[in-house]
Design a protein. Structure first.
Lengths: 419, 309
């Protein structure tokens, strides 16, 4: 204790002796692909400008594990990390641990997609600034579609039909390992995303609506999930029930799938110099049901400042720098991370590096949000209930309609003391 | 004289308590206190997000009547499936390990060249951290790139790759296989230690009488090593009932393969529900305590029965 106090006094003295006190800011960045490198470079540039120092810490790749780690650190009031990179569905869960960024943003949030800013605003407090956005998109093998004379599918029915036709023809021609469609079917958050895309694009709602009422038990939702269950073993390998993004990409990128649902990050890798499908891949919006409209689920990551940070001002300044226009442009050009600023989708350099940004602008700006705002701190539990039931339907243990009825009960239990 | 003896005994008892006190204090601090706190939390609606702010809600985490249906842990089918699955897993994996461990121990007890080297080598699966071996097996069991599917396809045992982790029943068997692979060496080692302590004269007498080796095994070896075997199996059963890391790494949080520990962790960490998660932990503790007690009691009864005979 005495040592601590002594250290703190030393720190104070050191701070007094220099004109502008330099803070050491610690930021947690994702480490998927080029993320960590991008974050490090961006933070280092800010440190050079301001004289502060920045430490980066890497956290688990799995979003669920990352959330668990954050929750444990934040529940303990740890001051070790100042800036947290948080998922778009976490503001409701983590809001109480983050400071309001409005006093520091000076209106900068107006230049971002309003839907994301709204998502990050909890009880009138802006708890995180958007770093990049994501939406589910459909990857397809342009060469195979051309070879078999099929158009790019617009509905789930067309996608299923095209996948089946090409899979049969190619297998008959000796390409035995080819599958029609791969997606993320493991029992985890990614399945919630995939299944919500099937449901929302078929006019089946978003599980829980904005007022918090449970809407999932409806025939359109049951139809959409039942249709997906019919893919398993026919156009989708049974193993897809254990796939996350990377396993699905592994199948598609090694040339073993006609269609894949994934986030845009797979584009840069599928077009990479060592990719077997380089130059053969197309990217489009996800199909929709006969009664719904084309959509994808909103993903993406944001930066927030911990309430327990010792240097909230410096930390907020770092957040503003990393989410600023120049930094988002750099990230888009270098590594194809979707900016959250509409203006950057008009930028020539950004479009030259990522031609699909322009065509899919509608998908990115109108993505469907998971019901994380309505369900608040219980989002995690609601999502788990949803993906568990969907997983049971996909693996053939339950029919879609009774599963959704059971899900309604699950969700009612969860919300019995309020969401 | 008798009084002196009594005094001496009292001094000894006091000394014994004195020497035991530090251990008891440490045990109370690291095991007793957390356990009591967990039990206490199980009667509250505490959430990890604000741990100081909770209400006492009685048995509502365990059982609660709400709008015409029973809720709570005792009415949660998923919890009971997790309990049943864990007990099934413990019974199946420990049985297989007992048989295989015995075979391995008997083989290692025989004299052959390089015996020391083989004994060391067989311990390798036990020495690898569970997380590492679980990851390793996850890749080996991968449906598209896994070496196990590749080998089975090559020898023609299957004609299409098997998705080991996709079907919950198949996944539980995969978990059993990995657990057996990992912990058989432990059982084998304990049995081997017992085998090496056996008196040679029994075996010489049996050989002189020309008794068949299988009969010798069941009539001489097995009864003599039974205490060691029981200890090994109780250890393993307790371990297996707490199984967490293997399942967590191999099948993530899939509700079709959850064990009791995975369920409790999910409530505590993923869902931040300290109250409900503590209730699950408390029941987990009770289930294991009950099973252990019954095993110990059964063992004692049988031992007493034998000594009376």
């Amino acid at each position: 204790m005495r040592l601590l106090r002594a250290l703190r006094i030393c720190g104070l003295l050191a701070g007094l002796s220099s004109p502008a006190p330099a803070a050491e800011i610690t930021i947690s960045c994702g480490a998927l692909g080029q993320e960590l490198e991008l974050c490090r470079d961006g933070a280092a540039a800010w440190a050079r400008q301001t004289g502060h120092t920045v430490q980066t810490v890497s956290v688990p790749n799995s979003a669920s594990e990352r959330l668990a780690l954050y929750q444990m650190m934040l529940a303990g009031g740890a001051a070790r990390i100042d800036v947290y990179q948080i998922d778009v569905v976490w503001p409701g869960i983590l809001a109480s641990h983050f400071i309001d960024l409005k006093p520091y943003s000076q209106g900068a949030e107006a230049a971002h997609f309003p839907a994301i800013i709204e998502n990050n605003t909890v009880e009138a407090r802006l708890i995180a600034m958007p770093l990049y956005t994501d939406a589910g998109v459909l990857f397809y093998r342009r060469d195979l579609l051309e070879k078999h004379g099929r158009p790019v599918p617009a509905t789930w029915g067309e996608m299923e039909e095209t996948a089946r036709v090409i899979q049969e023809a190619e297998r008959a021609a000796g390409n035995g390992g080819l599958w029609g469609y791969v997606f993320q079917g493991r029992a985890y958050e990614g399945l919630t995303v995939n299944a919500l895309e099937w449901v929302a694009s078929s006019g089946g709602g978003t599980i829980v609506d904005e007022e918090g009422s449970i809407t999932i038990d409806n025939p359109r939702a049951a139809g959409a999930i039942g249709r997906a269950a019919g893919w398993i073993g026919r156009i989708t390998p049974e193993g897809a029930l254990t796939y996350t993004e990377e396993e699905a990409r592994g199948i598609f990128q090694s040339g073993n799938a006609v269609f894949m649902r994934n986030w845009p990050y797979a584009w840069a890798l599928a077009e990479g110099p060592d990719s077997p499908v380089r130059g053969k891949v197309g990217i489009t919006g996800l199909p929709h049901g006969t009664e719904g409209r084309q959509t994808g689920v909103l993903g993406g990551w944001n930066l927030g400042v911990s309430r327990y940070s010792r240097h909230p001002e410096a930390a907020a300044a770092l957040v503003m720098h990393l989410t600023g226009a120049a930094e988002q442009k750099r990230r888009a050009v270098v590594a194809a991370y979707n900016p959250t600023r509409p203006a950057l989708y008009e930028d020539e350099e950004v479009i030259a590096a990522n031609p699909f940004f322009r065509a899919l602008y509608g998908t990115f700006s109108n993505a469907v949000a998971r019901p994380s705002r309505a369900t608040g701190t219980r989002y995690n539990r609601a999502s788990h209930a949803f993906w568990s039931r969907v997983h049971a339907v996909l693996s053939g243990q339950q029919q879609a309609a009774p599963a959704l009825e059971a899900l309604r009960h699950d969700l009612r239990r969860l919300s019995r003391r309020g969401w | 004289m008798a009084k002196d003896d009594l005094g001496l005994a009292r001094v000894r008892v006091r000394a014994a308590w004195l020497f035991l006190a530090p251990t008891l204090a440490v045990l109370a601090a690291v095991a007793g206190w957390p356990l009591l706190r967990t039990v206490w939390f199980s009667f509250t609606d505490a959430e990890l997000i604000e741990l100081e702010n909770y209400r006492f809600i009685g048995f509502a985490n365990y059982l609660e009547y709400y709008e015409g249906e029973w809720l709570g842990l005792l009415a949660d089918p998923q919890w009971w499936r997790a309990v049943w699955r864990t007990v099934w897993f413990a019974a199946v994996s420990v049985s297989i390990e007992a048989v295989l461990g015995m075979v391995v121990a008997l083989a290692l007890n025989a004299r052959f060249p390089l015996r020391g080297l083989v004994r060391a080598a067989i311990l390798i699966p036990w020495a690898i951290p569970t997380i590492v071996s679980a990851r390793m097996w996850a890749w080996m069991l991968n449906d598209q790139f896994g070496v196990i599917n590749h080998a089975l396809l090559a020898i023609g045992a299957i004609d299409a790759p098997v998705a080991w982790m996709a079907d919950p029943d198949l996944a539980m068997w995969a978990v059993v296989i990995v657990d057996v692979w990992k912990t058989t060496p432990f059982v084998a080692l304990l049995i081997l230690a017992a085998l090496q302590m056996l008196p040679a004269d029994c075996y010489e007498a049996a050989r002189v009488d020309g008794i068949h080796p299988i009969r010798v095994f069941f009539r001489v070896t097995l009864p003599l090593i039974r205490p060691a075997l029981v200890v090994a199996l109780v250890f393993r059963a307790l371990d297996a009932l707490r199984v967490f890391d293997l399942i967590y790494v191999l099948t993530a949080n899939a509700s079709g393969t959850q064990s009791m520990s995975v369920y409790a962790r999910q409530q505590l960490v993923d869902f931040q529900d300290v109250g409900y998660g503590s209730a699950a932990s408390t029941l987990l503790f009770l289930v294991i305590a009950l099973l252990t007690l019954s095993v110990v009691l059964l063992g004692r009864l049988r031992l007493e029965g034998e000594s009376a005979r």
